[in-house]
Design a protein around this ligand. Sequence first.
Ligand SMILES: *Cc1c(COP(=O)(O)O)cnc(C)c1O
Length: 405
Amino acid sequence: MNLPEDPVFHADTLAIRSGIERSQFGEHSEAMYLTSSFVFDSAAQAAARFSGAEEGNVYARFSNPTVSAMQTRLAALEGAEACVATASGMSAILSLAMAVLQTGDHIVASTGLFGATQQLFGNILSKFGIATSFVPATDLNAYREAIRPRTRLFFVETPSNPLTEVVDIAGVAAIAHEAGALLAVDNCFCSPALQRPLEFGADVVVHSATKYLDGQGRVLGGAVAGNKVVTDEVFKFLRTAGPSLSPFNAWVILKGLETLRIRMDAQSAAALELARWLEAQPGVARVYYPGLSSHPQHALAMRQQKSGGAIVSFDVEGGREAAWRVIDSTRLLSITANLGDTKTTITHPATTTHGRISPEARAAAGIGESLLRIAVGLESVEDLKADLARGLALSKSQAIPECRS
Ligand SMILES: *Cc1c(COP(=O)(O)O)cnc(C)c1O
């Protein structure tokens, strides 16, 4: 059954049915192929497989049926020609950079990228003579002005982490293409359930599958999906350099994709309710959530996203002390930097996810000491409110927080 080619099926169906190649046993749930290599019928077949004259699996660093199934399903959901799965989100971004860039090339990237992505561009690729200009995420002129003769890649994340700034994908795509460069979008926060960047002109999408695609905080994974000319280059890098996705992780993500849309809808609805509630709380200075009409790019967000997503950030009154007090007063929310789980998480970006970037870069990105980020899960919103209300009330009264149970 090869569904993704068939235009009749909707995304909800593709999420459940695409990528399935049943074995001779007729299993209903997708099989997991935990094998690192594959056997051949003959020496001649082995030679043909290795030379590429015959299609088929050779070695799991290159391909594995479970990984292929996950790639097919994610490509179908993103509306992509092809998809290459990787061991993590960071290895997806690294593989893309290694595939399309060489020494002397230049990247234009939005500020407010995931902390490790900023370090990869700013501290690692720079060692190999690949420079990056970081520009304000929402300023289209800044993208245009940053172009250099060797600009090959535009890289944006929307909504951004943790401030949920929304990048105009179609606007940046037009600027990138005018410059003869590619546009890559990190679609981690929305997932294809809420946003399909390729429809707005992006050339490739990168994913941390660790987040919503798995959706239950179990495995690491990543992917590059989009234009086949680009993903073919990514595959050439991956099969040689080896940041390949394990079949076990691919299987977990494959099954995660089946419930992606209903999870994203439910988590977004809860996030909107929580964001509205936070906006009305006395100890809260500002709420960052694209689904709120107070968000500066609310109209743009509603054009390119189905909803606001599941990440809500907010500034409390009182700096780091007050922010940490909100965290330390929770009993239900998980104090962890991960996101994209059914379990709601809370983090202090300035001292965790964004702790290793320079204070200047942090200030430029608007990530202050009073900022908290919540990744809303699937618990009762009433319970989440109660858990946060305790710390917000304490922020005001300076009372001593109760111990975390
Ligand atoms: C987590 C994350 C990454 C990196 O993914 P890993 O799977 O942790 O390597 C990249 N981009 C964004 C937006 C993320 O949240």
